[in-house]
Ligand binder design. Structure first.
Ligand code: LMR
Length: 330
């Protein structure tokens, strides 16, 4: 059960309207699915420490990394039920809650982090946030991970034909990612992040796509001898709390959380690119992976094979949202 006791000078009530002692602590459970030594893992810990310090201990943020408390597919329910107070899922996993979010799964949509931030920190991000209001969810920030690479176990993944007949793991709740692999002649299996290592080790799936930090921190490369540096998609996070919980916080606590989250977001984005570069170096040093750097010509081949996604998902995502991204890139 969540200890939800407020410390304020005024008469405060808990989520069920019960009278609570204003001198008690607020406990925030922050659940996520990646290892601690990753962009999201490090940022969650930093946020926890700073909020505890800046509230003089009135707020305690307990971080539960690596799916230790809830795994993919369980986090959103846990948030809505008040079992946890903050989650930070990859945006791809919100596709079933609000289909517009699948925008961020479109392959080769962004060329670099700067384009990502221009979209998410501007009107596109605001429209995506607005799509969550109907679901009792209060977004706090967009955090980075980085660009996705392809890994496989059957042979080099250079041309679209190299994917034929294979099965690839995709993140849950994203029809764009499922269709992406079908466009490449492969099959897609949606699995929770915590199940990916076992699925690669057992051969349940032949390959997967992810960032260097996830490929390294979860040791996927041990069963994926082929890595193509394609930067074909982007993994980023939306940090969420429940609107119910957010409304119940004292205004001064909300302000400290917002200010700390804004500061940690800038820090996290710098860490993300540094960590992904470092983990790519460590993957190469493992000697277990044959690395292929995608050429411009090969990129054009993939983009041509994946073009139907833009046409097919334009109505689902919303033409205005898609056109806004293109305007930003112009
Ligand atoms: C995945 O499921 O592959 C990633 O979204 C995990 C994460 O949170 O980076």
């Amino acid at each position: 059960a969540v200890l939800f006791l407020l410390t304020t000078g005024c008469d405060r009530r808990g989520p069920d309207g019960e009278q609570v002692d204003p001198r008690e602590k607020i406990v925030i459970k922050f659940s996520h699915v990646v290892a601690e030594d990753t962009p999201k893992g490090q940022a969650a810990r930093r946020f926890a420490r700073l909020v505890q310090e800046r509230t003089g201990g009135r707020v305690e943020v307990q971080v539960f990394p690596n799916s230790t408390l809830y795994k993919d597919g369980e986090e959103m329910d846990a948030l809505q039920q008040g079992a946890v107070q903050i989650i930070a899922p990859t945006t791809s996993k919100l596709g079933s809650l609000a289909p517009q979010w699948q925008l961020l799964d479109l392959p080769y949509l962004f060329q670099n982090e700067d384009e990502v931030h221009r979209a998410l920190d501007g009107e596109v991000g605001q429209k995506l946030f607005a799509a969550l209001e109907a679901h009792n969810v209060h977004p706090l920030a967009f955090w980075d991970n980085g660009f996705k690479q392809m890994t496989g176990s059957k042979g080099p993944l250079v041309h679209p034909r190299d994917f034929a007949g294979q099965t690839f793991r995709v993140m849950i709740n994203s029809r764009v990612l499922e269709e992406q692999f079908r466009c490449l002649g492969a099959r897609a299996t949606g699995l929770p992040f915590s199940d990916v290592y076992g699925a690669l080790a057992s051969g349940q799936v032949d390959g997967q796509e992810n960032t260097m930090s996830n490929i390294y921190s979860q040791r996927f490369y041990e069963y994926q001898p082929y890595l193509t540096v394609s930067n074909h998609g982007y993994i980023g996070y939306v940090v969420l709390t429940s609107a119910t919980f957010w409304r119940s916080l004292p205004p001064d606590i909300r302000r400290i959380i917002e200010e700390t989250m804004a500061e940690v977001t800038l820090w996290e984005r710098e860490q993300a690119s540094r960590l992904n570069d470092e983990n790519f170096r460590q993957i190469k040093e493992s000697g277990k992976v044959q690395v292929h750097m995608q050429t411009a010509e090969e990129r054009r081949e993939w983009q041509e094979a994946l073009e139907p996604l833009y046409r097919n998902f334009r109505p689902v995502i919303g033409a205005d949202l898609l056109d806004e991204v293109f305007r930003l890139k112009a």
